[in-house]
Design a protein around this ligand. Structure first.
Ligand SMILES: N[C@@H](CCC(=O)N[C@@H](CS)C(=O)NCC(=O)O)C(=O)O
Length: 209
């Protein structure tokens, strides 16, 4: 059985959503981040960077496989069962491209825009930088979703899960989805998936550490 260390945050919900989509069983440990991930020894034991999400998979031969960083975990999970990453060369590469754009681009810019809006609203240089980058990434996504129902051009995948987990909370970064019609319709489509609802709910109700 896989152990999942997570919290109901944009990065945190990605993993339970992917596991629910593939019907993979897991034990969820909800990490209390109020004093920072570094104060949670169980999390530090799996992720040297002390951030959620992190997982430990248990293989049939008894080996434990720790994985940290949400992008790496999504790729690991998508490799366990078919359904969240296409096999055709173009759509596979496209999934990787959009996934990496989320973890390296949209996510950090949304996160930093949110942080400065809340904690240092007088810092106009930081806010302008991160808010405009967040807006630019969302516009890019919106354009892509105007051309194609799913980000990789073929089917729902881990790239959609990664972006969805942040875009549904765009208001924290000071952005409104009303200005991005394609992204808004895509968010609603994903929100209606049973597995997505279950994954988010499990994150909110898991046993706490
Ligand atoms: N690049 C990491 C970012 C993970 C991350 O920033 N997690 C946050 C919650 S969304 C966290 O653990 N914060 C607690 C802390 O920094 O102490 C990923 O994609 O997994």
């Amino acid at each position: 059985m896989m152990d999942v260390f997570t919290s109901p945050t944009p990065n945190g919900i990605k993993v339970p959503i992917a596991l629910e989509e593939l019907g993979i069983a897991y034990r969820l440990h909800q990490v209390d981040l109020s004093r920072g991930g570094a104060s949670v020894p169980e999390l530090r034991a799996v992720n040297p960077n002390a951030k959620i999400p992190a997982i430990v998979d248990k293989l049939a031969d008894g080996q434990s496989v720790p994985v940290f960083e949400s992008g790496a975990i999504l790729l690991y999970i998508a490799g366990l069962k078919p359904g969240l990453i296409p096999t055709s060369a173009v759509a596979h590469a496209s999934t990787l491209s959009w996934l990496f754009l989320q973890v390296a681009g949209l996510g950090p810019n949304f996160g930093n825009a949110s942080y400065f809006l809340r904690n240092d609203p007088a810092n106009l240089v930081a806010i302008e930088r991160f808010h405009s980058e967040a807006r630019r990434h969302l516009a890019l996504l919106d354009q892509r979703l105007g051309e194609s129902e799913w980000l990789n051009g073929e089917d729902y995948s881990i790239a959609d899960i990664a972006h969805f987990s942040w875009v549904r909370s765009a208001s924290y970064a000071g952005l409104s989805l009303l200005d991005y019609h394609h992204a808004q319709a895509w968010t609603s489509r994903i929100e209606q998936r049973e597995a997505v609802r279950r994954g988010i709910e499990r994150c909110q109700t898991g046993n706490s550490i």
